[in-house]
Design a protein around this ligand. Structure first.
Ligand code: SF4
Length: 180
């Protein structure tokens, strides 16, 4: 059996999580996020993920499967619950097929994610798929400090979660002064 399969939503969350993860030589980090709009942003984040893997000395793989029309329609209806499940189910099945003993996700590090929802999806998939999940908690200030550190090293750090709705929310927030 191999070590830890680290599902990585992005490079910054992988970099933030790193001090909290068990270090086993056979660990692998896999970038899988079909829910990033627009496609140029997906490519930018995939590049930043590979930069972070180089910095950490971690074997990194980019899963290039993107969301199709039905995936994006289901996200509109179910938002983060559907998004977490779709990403983590595919990644966990991949971990099982590759013979990994344990699975984790860098989504667990982020104070911007819905942690109770994420954890309940992980627990459900753990018993359904049969791969043990490594759960961890990261203090928000520690997460922010790690992400700042990465930014200072000139690695790209995004400022919205990924989907079209989160992009619109970010734009609305940054433009709020124009009509308030
Ligand atoms: S906000 Fe983030 S987690 Fe929620 S649906 Fe959008 S990309 Fe997925």
């Amino acid at each position: 059996m191999k070590g830890l399969y680290i599902h990585s939503c992005c490079g910054p969350c992988l970099y933030a999580s790193w001090p909290l993860l068990p270090k086993v030589q056979t660990n692998v980090a896999v970038f899988y996020n079909p829910n990033i709009e627009p496609p140029s942003e997906w490519a930018r984040r995939a590049d930043a993920f590979l930069d972070v893997c180089d910095m950490l000395g971690c074997h990194g793989i980019v899963d290039t499967v993107l969301g199709d029309t039905s995936f994006h329609s289901s996200i509109v209806a179910g938002r983060c619950a559907v998004c977490y499940r779709a990403r983590l189910e595919r990644a966990m099945v991949d971990a099982k097929n590759r013979g990994f003993e344990r699975f984790t996700t860098t989504l667990l590090s982020s104070p911007r994610q819905n942690q109770p929802l994420l954890r309940s999806v992980l627990q459900e998939l753990e018993s359904l798929i049969g791969v043990s999940v490594f759960f961890f908690d990261q203090a928000p200030e520690e997460y922010e400090a790690r992400v700042r550190d990465l930014k200072n090293q000139q690695v790209y750090v995004q400022n919205y979660c990924g989907c079209f709705a989160s992009l619109v929310e970010k734009e609305r927030f940054s433009l709020r002064g124009l009509w308030e």
